[in-house]
Design a protein around this ligand. Structure first.
Ligand SMILES: NC(=O)c1ccc[n+]([C@@H]2O[C@H](COP(=O)([O-])OP(=O)(O)OC[C@H]3O[C@@H](n4cnc5c(N)ncnc54)[C@H](O)[C@@H]3O)[C@@H](O)[C@H]2O)c1
Length: 512
């Protein structure tokens, strides 16, 4: 099969919104020779990879440059020993404001370009793009403010921490017409679009079910490998700005007050373990999996979400569970099951199951397994040996997916095109799913996504009733978006004696 070109991929992603840009977004059009000037908001571990990439692009002659950095921590540059797996490894460490300024070639004493307050960076007219790599609770607010300030945005995953924040970002994205991409680097792999093409063409029939997950196992406790340093203190960290309690998005405070959450090195550097800043495995890990599998399935916002799980082993003061499963059901008539565990490593296969076959994602592409409902199930209940695929579709992953995501984003910035490999409409749906899972896990309730109000609501019996009604009315199957597969694999062939079914009224045989 020929490689899918980026142009083909654009048709699908950025997608519902493959929109033309508003007049406002043309206010500042970059020529191809103009440098794209990048400001970094949040300069911790992940941001270092982004800074390194932008520096490398610039060294290789690309018209891009780092021009500002923001972090609430002064930062630290040193070497330290990591003891793990029976070995001691010497590691270099350079994170936070001043080390990142130096890495970007900026003067750490330049208070206009090196700042703890992100609003100063947004005030700079010569910043074209911001890269947001703060903890999750800041993503939404910074993205909305950056768009209002006329910047394009590369925002790390998850797009936001809550579903409400995600819709606020989507509104700002549509209103401003600016370019936003979400840092789910697996979206730079063409495999998801190739699989989506396969799915929507009806090759596996009606999509019924998909599964994916994320598994980790670390004796230190998940995310405790993020280093705590004595140099992290209330003097070096602007704790108010970290917490975000003086800021709001959609009428809700971003984070707790210092009274509710006093300065604590673990909350600062291992924030993924605590609810105010993260949804734990649901938002940190599963957002990756949910984003790319829903892209391949052809679904976005779920209709109903329920989550289970618990904190079964990692009793180290954390809030978030170490095993969690999301069950998401879709109006399109299918279900996604996603599990994350941070206390066991054996993975779940990434699979999409349809009426006429299944797709299994493997390195370098996907396998297709034919299923034939006219002959009964094609697979034994327990696979004694791996099932034989009927087809393999190759998709060459990029050498460096984060680099490919940035290249695609910068290309869109120059072309003033809102579609990217990892657009916010896809990211918002993934966040909504993960955030609803957090809410469901914490409250014990199943939840609906109210499409009209674009809000989370308590689930009721309406979901099951709706499908029962469809069955009673002998309705048609719903399909994933872009469906061009016709009825094959989406209809029933009832046995002849089914004509004998039906209620007897007044002693009369409905079959005549
Ligand atoms: N795509 C990926 O594979 C990947 C990998 C790692 C992290 N991430 C994402 O990147 C983000 C950052 O993760 P990390 O591991 O670098 O965390 P980190 O804790 O190492 O870095 C976060 C940085 O943000 C700073 N910060 C906090 N509040 C701030 C504010 N209001 N203004 C400016 N700076 C602020 C902190 O001081 C810290 O230096 C997270 O959202 C995470 O989900 C993505």
């Amino acid at each position: 099969m020929p490689q899918q070109s980026p142009l083909d991929r654009r048709k699908f992603f950025g997608s519902a919104a493959a929109m033309s840009l508003s007049a406002a977004s043309y206010a500042k059009v970059l020529g191809s020779a103009d440098r794209v000037r990048v400001g970094f908001l949040g300069c911790g571990g992940r941001a270092q990879a982004h800074i390194d990439l932008i520096n490398r692009f610039a060294q290789n002659g690309q018209a891009v440059a780092p021009v500002a950095v923001c972090d609430v921590w002064d930062g630290l540059e040193d070497e330290y020993d990591v003891e793990f797996g029976g070995k001691v490894t010497r590691r270099r460490y350079a994170q936070g404001l001043r080390p990142s300024a130096r890495k970007c070639g900026l003067d750490p004493a330049d208070r206009t370009r090196v700042t703890k307050d992100y609003r100063r960076v947004l005030d700079l007219a010569d910043v074209d793009v911001v890269c947001i790599s703060t903890p999750d609770h800041w993503h939404g607010k910074m993205t909305v403010d950056a768009l209002a300030a006329g910047k394009d945005v590369f925002v790390e995953k998850p797009l936001t921490r809550t579903a409400e924040e995600a819709t606020a970002v989507l509104d700002a994205w549509k209103r401003t017409g600016r370019v936003v991409t979400v840092g789910v680097q697996s979206m730079a792999d063409p495999v998801w679009v190739k699989a989506f093409d396969h799915v929507r063409a009806g090759k596996i029939g009606h999509v019924a079910h998909a599964q994916t997950g994320f598994f980790r196992n670390d004796v230190r406790g998940q995310w405790r490998y993020y280093r705590l340093a004595p140099e992290m203190t209330p003097r070096t960290v602007d704790w108010d700005l970290f917490l975000g309690h003086q800021f709001e998005l959609g009428g809700r405070k971003l984070g707790p007050t210092p009274k509710e959450q006093p300065f604590d090195r673990a909350a600062f550097a291992q924030w993924r373990c605590y609810w105010p800043f993260s949804g734990g495995p649901f938002t940190d890990l599963l957002v990756h999996s949910i984003t790319h599998i829903t892209a391949a399935m052809g679904v976005r916002f779920p209709a109903r979400v329920a989550a289970g799980g618990g904190l079964y082993l990692e009793y180290d003061g954390r809030d978030v569970p170490d095993v969690g499963t999301v069950v998401a059901d879709y109006d399109e008539g299918c279900q996604l099951v996603v599990t994350a565990a941070t206390i066991t490593g054996y993975p779940l296969e990434e699979v999409i199951r349809g009426r006429l076959g299944a797709i299994r994602f493997v390195k370098g592409g996907f396998q297709v397994f034919r299923d034939d409902p006219s002959r009964g199930a094609s697979f034994p209940g327990r696979l004694e040996r791996p099932a034989e695929p009927t087809e393999f579709v190759a998709a060459e992953p990029p050498r460096n997916d984060t680099e490919a995501l940035w290249e695609n984003f910068l290309e869109s910035v120059r072309a003033r095109r809102q579609s990217t490999f990892s657009p916010p409409d896809l990211g918002a749906a993934a966040v909504a799913t993960a955030a609803m899972a957090v809410q469901s896990y914490r409250t014990g309730q199943a939840l609906f996504w109210d499409r009209e109000r674009r809000a989370v609501a308590a689930a009721d019996a309406g979901w099951a009733e709706r499908w029962e009604k469809r069955s009673q009315a002998r309705g048609k199957a719903s399909q994933v978006f872009g469906w061009s597969g016709g009825d094959a694999g989406s209809t029933l062939q009832p046995p002849g004696y089914q004509g004998l079914a039906g209620p007897w009224a007044n002693g009369k045989d409905p079959a005549g």
